[in-house]
Design a protein around this ligand. Structure first.
Ligand code: FES
Length: 193
């Protein structure tokens, strides 16, 4: 699925230009006192949008009746919030020593090929963000990658397309599949948050 990669400001600008603010209004309206519970408001808004673009933060401020600077302050203070697109599905490929010697680099190349992006980038439809990590704490299962925290053990390049297909690739679709993954998908992500 080749796509032109985007990262940082380019992806943020493209997404912000088309953002539908209806959900912001609905979420804020669900709070009796949104101004005194901004962290929870922003958590729910970020769950909905995947990140917190500027128009969304400004709409939160307007609906909650607080200055935009206060909303920006909360959004930038806490590490759990992101104001740039990170991809609805987080793909992490381990490049630690144990994974590297067992083919982790080939797995990474296959992921890059499949998504059309490099580590640190997000696909243009904001479906996937790709990162490399130094160790996922599952060295005995090397090489390892995760998708939304779900561990896929003893990976190889040939399995990458099927692993990525276990999550919804486009907006409006669910956050994953109940179907079993191809191979040794595991329930948790050891030693990495
Ligand atoms: S080096 Fe990859 S899980 Fe530890």
């Amino acid at each position: 699925m080749p796509r032109r990669p985007r990262s940082g400001d380019e992806a943020a600008a493209a997404a912000a230009a088309t953002v539908d603010l209806t959900a912001v209004r609905e979420i804020v309206a669900g709070f009796e006192e949104p101004a005194s519970d901004l962290v929870t408001v922003l958590q729910r808004v970020q769950d909905r949008y995947g990140y917190l673009p500027a128009p969304v933060l400004e709409e939160v401020a307007r609906c909650a009746g607080v200055p935009p600077s206060r909303v920006y302050g909360v959004a930038t203070f806490y590490a759990q919030f992101s104001t740039v697109p990170t991809g609805r599905h987080k793909v992490r490929v381990c490049q630690g020593t144990a994974c590297h010697v067992r083919g982790g680099e080939e797995v990474l190349r296959a992921v890059q090929r499949e998504l059309g992006i490099a580590p640190g980038e997000t696909t243009p439809d904001l479906a996937f963000g790709l990162e490399t990590v130094a160790c996922l704490g599952a060295c005995s299962l090397a090489p390892v990658m995760t998708v939304d925290g779900r561990v896929f053990a003893r990976m190889n390049a040939g399995r990458v397309p099927a692993v990525l297909a276990t999550v919804a690739p486009s907006p409006g679709q669910g956050q994953g599949s109940d179907a079993g993954p191809p191979g040794e998908g595991q329930g948790g992500e050891g030693g990495e948050g």
